[in-house]
Design a protein around this ligand. Structure first.
Ligand SMILES: Nc1ncnc2c1ncn2[C@@H]1O[C@H](COP(=O)(O)OP(=O)(O)OP(=O)(O)O)[C@@H](O)[C@H]1O
Ligand SMILES: [Mg+2]
Length: 362
C-alpha cells in the first residue's frame, strides 16, 4: 500500500502542495517549524480522519482561510482517490468521487500507523488513550467495529444525560441500558480477542528495541467482570450518585506490564518511550499480518531520539515495509536519519510550506 499523490490546499502552513511519492522510504528534512509534521498529519488524516496531535479540524485550516482540502491517490490492491474537505459549516469526504456515507466503507482503504512523541501518552496518559489505541486497531481491521463503537457512544451519551436529570425517566433509561449492553458486550468481545494477538507482537517488538531484560506484557482490563447486564443493574446506586454510567467498556483499560509491574508506575523514561514504540510496532505488525500488506508508516521525530541500538531494533519493520512495496515517511531536522537506510532513501527538503525533492546523496 502506498500514497502515490498528495494534494494540500490551505492546510496548516501549506497554501498549496502537489507531490508524487513512490513506494519506499521518504525522509522529510527541514528546520523546525517548516511543515514536516504537518505533512504526516495530513497523511494520517486520510487514513483515520483524525489528527494524531489530538486537535480538531478548525486548527488545521491555514490561518485566515475558511477550509482545508486534502486529496490523495492511494495504491493498494486497487487504486483509490480520497478527498477531504473541512470547513466550519461543511465537511466532505469522498472516495473515488462518491460521498462517503458509511465510515466502514472508508476505513479499510488506506491504513497508516504513526510513530510520534505523543505516543508516550499511551503509557503515561489516561485509559482513554489506550482504549482509543485498541479501538483504532479494531476499526482498521474489522469493518463492523466502528459502527458498534458509534452506537455505544450514542447510547452512553443518552443514558448519561438521563442520569443527570433531577427526575429520571426509568423507561427511557431501561431502553438505553438495553442498547448499551447489547452493543457493549460485542465491543468487549472484540477487545478481548485482540489482546492475545497483539501482546506477543508487542513483546517481540519491545525485546527488539530495548536493551532491557524485562518482558513486556499487555493485559486487557475490562470494566465488566462477567455479566454486563447484571453489573450495570448492580451499579444503580453508584451511577445515581455519580450521575453517569460507571460500568462498561468506556471504562476499560489496557495494562502495560514490564516484568509484571505497571510500566507507568515503575518504568524509567527510556522504558516508557521504548514501550510506546513497541505498541506502535505491534499495531503495524498486526495490520501487516492480518491484511497481507504493511500500512504506511509515519515516523515523526522518533528516529532522532533513539540511540543506534534502539534504531536498529526498528529496522526490520522498516525493511519489511520496503520489501513489500510499502511506504515509510520519516521527518528529520538534520541529516541524522539512520545511515543503514541511506542508499534507498528519497529525500525531500521542507521549507516554509514547500516540499522539494533532493537528489540522492553521492
Ligand atoms: N493552521 C495553521 N495555519 C498556518 N500555519 C500553521 C497552522 N498550524 C501550524 N502552522 C505553522 O506550521 C509550522 C509548524 O509546522 P510543523 O509542525 O509541521 O513543523 P515541523 O517542520 O515538523 O517542525 P519541528 O521540527 O519543530 O517539529 C509552524 O510555522 C506553524 O506556525
Ligand atoms: Mg515536527
Amino acid at each position: 500500500m502506498h500514497l502515490a499523490h498528495l494534494r494540500l490546499r490551505e492546510f496548516r502552513n501549506y497554501a498549496r502542495l502537489d507531490a508524487d511519492f513512490s513506494p519506499g522510504f521518504h525522509v522529510l528534512l527541514g528546520n523546525n517549524a517548516q511543515g514536516k509534521t504537518n505533512i504526516l498529519e495530513a497523511i494520517y488524516l486520510l487514513a483515520t480522519l483524525r489528527s494524531f496531535r489530538g486537535v480538531g479540524g478548525a486548527q488545521m485550516i491555514r490561518h485566515g482561510e475558511k477550509g482545508y482540502f486534502i486529496g490523495a491517490n492511494v495504491v493498494a490492491a486497487d487504486k483509490h482517490e480520497i478527498k477531504l474537505y473541512w470547513a466550519s459549516r461543511e465537511r466532505k469526504v469522498t472516495l473515488d468521487g462518491q460521498p462517503v456515507r458509511k465510515l466502514t466503507d472508508f476505513f479499510g482503504v488506506f491504513r497508516a500507523v504513526v510513530f510520534c512523541t505523543e505516543d508516550l501518552q499511551l503509557v503515561k496518559g489516561t485509559s482513554r488513550i489506550r482504549r482509543r489505541f485498541l479501538d483504532l486497531i479494531l476499526a482498521q481491521t474489522q469493518p463492523g467495529y466502528l459502527p458498534l463503537l458509534q452506537r455505544y457512544a450514542s447510547a452512553l451519551r443518552s443514558r448519561n444525560s438521563l442520569l443527570k436529570r433531577r427526575i429520571i425517566d426509568e423507561a427511557a433509561l431501561e431502553s438505553f441500558s438495553h442498547e448499551l449492553v447489547a452493543v457493549g458486550v460485542r465491543l468487549i468481545e472484540a477487545r478481548r480477542a485482540l489482546l492475545p494477538r497483539l501482546s506477543p507482537l508487542a513483546r517481540l517488538a519491545y525485546r527488539r528495541v530495548a536493551n532491557d531484560a524485562e518482558e513486556l506484557r499487555l493485559e486487557y482490563q475490562p470494566s465488566v467482570q462477567a455479566d454486563f447486564a447484571l453489573e450495570l443493574a448492580r451499579s444503580r446506586d453508584r451511577e445515581r450518585a455519580a450521575r453517569c454510567t460507571v460500568v462498561g467498556p468506556h471504562r476499560d483499560d489496557l495494562a502495560l506490564l514490564l516484568g509484571d509491574r505497571s510500566a507507568a508506575q515503575f518504568g524509567s523514561e527510556g522504558q516508557k518511550r521504548t514501550l510506546a514504540i513497541a505498541l506502535k510496532m505491534s499495531q503495524a505488525e498486526y495490520l501487516t499480518g492480518l491484511l497481507g500488506s504493511p500500512p504506511v508508516l509515519l515516523i515523526d521525530d522518533v528516529m532522532g531520539e533513539l540511540d543506534a541500538q534502539r534504531r536498529a531494533g526498528l529496522m526490520p519493520l522498516l525493511e519489511r515495509a520496503h520489501h513489500a512495496s510499502g511506504q515509510v515517511f520519516m521527518t528529520c531536522t538534520g541529516e541524522n536519519w539512520p545511515r543503514e537506510l541511506s542508499r534507498q532513501l528519497q529525500r525531500w527538503q521542507v521549507n516554509a510550506g514547500t516540499v522539494v525533492p533532493l537528489k540522492a546523496p553521492a
